[in-house]
Design a protein around this ligand. Sequence first.
Ligand code: 5GP
Length: 122
Amino acid sequence: MSYDPNNIFARILRGEIPCNKVYEDEYALAFHDIAPQAPVHVLVIPKGEYISFDDFSQTAPAEAMAGFYRAAQKVTQMLELQPGGYRILANTGADAHQEVPHYHLHIFAGCDLGWMIKRGLV
Ligand code: 5GP
């Protein structure tokens, strides 16, 4: 599977579609999810063309990876998500229902987020 340059996050990165921006630097863009699943639901995306966690982890230069994860941590600081805490999630592929084929982290916070994953899957 090759990277689709017209996926929705690529279009947000190019400024073709607006977003409610939280943070941006040379490595990452963070913005509020359009359909929040928690009081705080922010997406963090790398600026390069990476489809998924696998793609990013295997192919991104070390500097891009460090910059991206530092940006995500900066978002949690800016939004003052401690001491309450937060959850970071990266859907990958069909079973995880990854909808947008541009690697992204979800950051959830602002309430008791419940159990890690839906119970009863096994
Ligand atoms: P995934 O299922 O790929 O992990 O999550 C994709 C997320 O992107 C979903 O939570 C969805 O609500 C969000 N999303 C989809 N389209 C847009 C959009 O145009 N703007 C924003 N801000 N979020 C979007």
